[in-house]
Design a protein around this ligand. Structure first.
Ligand code: JFZ
Length: 462
């Protein structure tokens, strides 16, 4: 049995440093990050008023959670859409069960996306699901309870620097060709960027609602901020201090802004290399975060599962997204993929949960000078397609994507391989091992235990 070394890795996964966190010891931030560094896999849920439209608006069909901006809908008209929001098929226990069956350990729900609409009972701001819609229930409250019942950490997403309902949320920067002033703002109702004062929005809406989220729903695992945009360093620090004061164990991602936060959040991409600092890749199952009924571009279970293994082998977490319908139903194509990942984790989860990153590296892939990145012109990174490795105190887990003929060879192994076996083999039958120094060769059966990823365990000693 290979034991977990997560605790040993935590100090290395120390939070991104900054003035506010400097007062913290590595042990304190390590203790807060313990569950996150062990969990590896979470469910992201983009669900709100926009979900009702299913990506469609007056004949166009590529919308989703940005509907209000991409369809240029005035607040008055968008509020009419909100008044129709009545997700009678929403069942928090079902959603938590789907996440649990997928082998996920935490769940992040959009509590307020860029449209500024609160999916929770917000006494400080009436633009919320309890006041505006006929639904009359609080999904954040129901999901928090369902997650507690299913042993999942309940977490909330909060759009920090974009809010298309509030008059004081400027975006973009002068001189930034890609994101000029107003590029991510509601210019339909609030056309004059120069009149917008982020500090007013920060005091009027952000701080009261963050306080509500941290005092109304029990323990919050992560406050998953998004798009910090114009927030100042002082405001990021003040917000972090507010959170630490209310719930010291609540993890905060780096999108709180200004190099604060406990971990980084690469979006829709997996970094090429490994990192000792905590990080989490968030990714859609198809091409949209919010529900789009026209988007059938579903990633295969093989891609998703190999992404998870690749990410964990580099020291990260995988936050995989679903976009439920306006009625409150998670699309069956999403559920099917999550169930298949869960079935694999049921057999092989030991190789990921609580595991450390690869001691090797070449297996991850290489930069190919012959393939230039279209955006940067730099050599493209070509991921390795053969295998990945994760670690625990007692040895190595080799995840074989391609089943080698006859034997698996690896060099650079530290220590002596005491036993080799396939994790999917309930009898853990010992496989024949040859080792010369750091070179190891393991004889394999003809048939792979799993078509997507088969796990070879190498128990190592001195
Ligand atoms: C943001 C949102 O705009 C989007 O709707 C979704 O919620 C996603 C998870 O977060 O999208 C981003 C945010 C940051 C980057 C790209 C898209 N980024 O840093 O490249």
């Amino acid at each position: 049995m290979i034991k977990s070394i997560v605790s040993g890795g935590l100090v290395l996964a120390a939070a991104l440093t900054c003035a506010t966190q400097a007062a913290e010891t590595p042990e304190q931030s390590g203790a807060r990050m313990a569950w996150f560094n062990s969990a590896k896999f979470g469910l992201f849920i983009h669900w709100g008023v926009y979900s009702q439209a299913g990506g469609e608006w007056k004949g166009t069909t590529n919308h989703a959670e940005w509907l209000q901006l991409t369809a240029k809908i005035p607040i008055a008209e968008y509020t009419e859409l909100a008044k129709q929001f009545n997700p009678v098929k929403f069942n928090a226990d079902e959603w938590a069960q789907i996440a649990s069956d997928a082998g996920m350990k935490y769940l992040v729900l959009t509590s307020k996306h860029h449209d500024g609409f609160a999916m929770f009972d917000s006494p400080s701001n009436p633009y919320n699901i309890m006041k505006v819609t006929p639904f009359g229930r609080d999904p954040v409250k129901e999901l928090a309870a369902a997650c507690a019942k299913h042993g999942l950490k309940f977490c909330v997403y909060y759009s920090l620097g974009r809010d298309w309902h509030d008059p004081d949320v400027p975006t973009g920067s002068p001189g930034n060709a890609r994101f000029p002033p107003g590029s991510r703002s509601n210019l339909v109702d609030y056309p004059d960027e120069s009149r917008k004062d982020f500090a007013k929005y920060f005091e009027r809406k952000v701080k009261p609602q963050v306080r509500e989220l941290l005092t109304q729903y029990g323990p919050i695992g992560i406050l998953w901020f998004d798009t910090p945009e114009k927030i100042t360093k002082a405001q990021s620090a003040e917000l972090l201090a507010l959170i630490r004061g209310l719930q010291p164990d609540c993890i905060v991602n780096a999108r709180i802004g200004n190099k604060l936060g406990d971990y980084g959040t690469p979006e829709q991409e997996i970094p090429s290399g490994k990192s000792t600092q905590a990080w989490e890749t968030c990714m859609t199952l198809n091409g949209h975060w919010g529900y789009n009924s026209h988007d059938a571009n579903w990633k295969t279970t093989a891609t998703l599962l190999r992404n998870l293994i690749d990410i964990v082998s580099k020291g990260g977490n995988y936050l995989l997204n679903v976009g439920p319908t306006g009625a409150g139903v998670i699309p069956p194509e999403s559920v099917e993929r999550l169930r298949e990942i869960g079935a694999w984790l049921k057999i092989n989860g030991e190789s990921l949960y609580g595991a450390g990153m690869t001691p090797f590296g070449p297996e991850l892939g290489k930069f190919d000078a012959a393939k230039k990145n279209k955006k940067t012109g730099k050599p493209e990174f070509v991921p390795g397609e053969e295998w990945r490795c994760t670690t625990k105190a007692g040895g190595l887990y080799i995840h074989l994507f391609k089943w080698p003929a006859g034997r698996f060879d690896v060099s650079g192994v530290k220590g002596t391989v005491k036993k080799a076996y396939l994790l999917a083999d309930p009898d853990r039958t010992a496989l024949k091992v040859k080792q010369t120094g750091a070179e190891v060769s393991v004889e394999l059966p003809a048939k792979a235990p799993d078509a997507i990823a088969s796990v070879l365990c190498l128990e190592c000693g001195d």
